[in-house]
Unconditional design. Structure first.
Length: 319
C-alpha cells in the first residue's frame, strides 16, 4: 500500500504487529474509536515485522474506515527494536503512543495519557494493563491474568521508575534519538524499552503514571501456560543483572549483588514451590514465578539468554 504524503500530527499512534490479524483488528479498532481527542491531531502507524508483509491488506481495510490517516510500514528484518524504530522513523507526531497488537484500549485511553502528560510535564507516561484470559482457561487463571497485567499506583502522578513500552506515551523531543531510539542489541531478547527508559532516567527524564489510561491485554493462546510465563519470568529476572553488566563502565559490584540475591531467592522460593506442587496449592504458580526470577538474576549470561522476538515462527525460543 503506497504511503500517503506525511503531514505532521500532534500524536502518532504506533502498533507493532507480527502475524496476529485478529489481535491487530481489535487493537486498531479500539484506536479508531478514541474519544476526547481531535482526529486532526492523530495518525496511526501499523508496523509489520513479518518478512512476508502479511498485515498490509488488513491495514488497507482499516484505513478505509479511519477518521485520521492510517499508514502501513513494513519492517521485514525480524526484531522488536527494528519494528519500533521503523515506526518511529515514519511517525510525524511530537508525541508517540504505543499499543501492542494484543491490547485493546477503551475510548478514553489516549485522552487520559495526554492529560497526565500535560499535568505532570512528563517525558514518558505509563498506564495500567489488565490481563484477560479467555473463559476456557481455568488452571492457574488468577496467576496468568496477573502475569499479563501491569499494576501501579491507585492514582495518577509523577513516578521515579519506568515500565514497558506497551501502553505508553513518549515525548519525542526527550528521546536520545528521535528516529531510532531502541537498541538493536535487544531485538531478540526484548528489554529494548527498559534500556531506553533507563537511559532516559539517567539523563533526567520525567516519568508519570496515568491510572485511568488502562488497556486490556489478551495474550495469544500459546502464551497461556506455565512453560511460557516461567521462561518469561526467568528472562525478567535477568534484567537487573544484565543491565549492571552492560553499564559503562560495568557495575560489577551490582552484578555480584544481584546474582547473590538471585541465589537466595531461587533457593527459598524453589523449595516452597516444591512443597506447594506436592500439596496442589493454588499459590504454586506465583511461588514458582518468584523462584524463576531469582534464577534469572543468577544465570543472566551467554547460553542462558532466552530469545522471545524476531523468530520466523513468531513464537518463543526456549532452551
Amino acid at each position: 500500500m503506497p504511503a500517503p504524503s506525511p503531514e505532521a500530527r500532534r500524536v502518532s499512534l504506533i502498533v507493532p504487529t507480527v502475524r496476529r490479524p485478529e489481535g491487530l483488528a481489535v487493537a486498531v479498532r479500539s484506536l479508531l474509536g478514541q474519544q476526547g481527542v481531535d482526529p486532526l491531531d492523530l495518525e496511526l502507524i501499523v508496523v509489520d515485522n513479518d518478512p512476508a508483509g502479511s498485515a498490509e491488506a488488513h491495514v488497507r481495510g482499516f484505513a478505509a474506515e479511519a477518521p485520521f490517516p492510517v499508514r502501513y510500514v513494513h519492517a521485514p528484518e525480524p526484531g522488536v527494536a527494528n519494528a519500533r524504530n521503523a515506526a518511529m522513523a515514519a511517525a510525524t507526531g511530537e508525541l508517540i503512543a504505543f499499543l501492542d497488537d494484543d491490547e485493546e484500549a477503551p475510548p478514553g485511553w489516549l485522552a487520559a495519557l495526554l492529560e497526565a502528560q500535560a499535568r505532570y510535564g512528563a517525558d514518558v507516561v505509563f498506564g495500567p494493563v489488565r490481563g484477560r484470559a479467555p473463559p476456557h482457561v481455568v488452571r492457574h487463571r488468577e496467576y496468568l491474568e496477573r502475569f499479563f497485567s501491569r499494576e501501579g499506583p491507585a492514582e495518577s502522578g509523577a513516578i521515579d521508575h519506568y515500565y514497558g513500552c506497551g501502553n505508553s506515551l513518549l515525548r519525542r523531543a526527550a528521546l536520545p534519538d528521535p528516529d531510532r531510539p531502541f537498541s538493536a542489541v535487544r531485538n531478540h531478547i526484548g528489554g529494548e524499552d527498559d534500556l531506553l527508559f533507563g537511559q532516559m532516567k539517567a539523563a533526567g527524564a520525567r516519568f508519570a503514571w496515568a491510572a485511568e489510561a488502562w488497556v486490556w491485554e489478551d495474550p495469544v493462546p500459546s502464551r497461556l501456560s506455565l512453560r511460557y510465563t516461567l521462561a518469561r519470568a526467568f528472562a525478567y529476572g535477568q534484567g537487573p543483572t544484565a543491565a549492571s553488566a552492560a553499564a559503562s563502565p560495568p557495575r560489577w559490584l551490582g552484578v555480584a549483588g544481584w546474582m547473590a540475591q538471585g541465589l537466595v531467592q531461587a533457593g527459598l522460593f524453589g523449595a516452597l514451590a516444591g512443597v506447594q506442587w506436592l500439596t496442589r496449592s493454588p499459590k504454586f504458580a506465583f511461588t514458582a514465578d518468584r523462584a524463576a526470577r531469582g534464577l534469572g538474576k543468577t544465570f543472566w549470561f551467554g547460553p542462558f539468554k532466552i530469545e522471545f522476538y524476531g523468530r520466523s515462527s513468531g513464537g518463543v525460543r526456549l532452551p
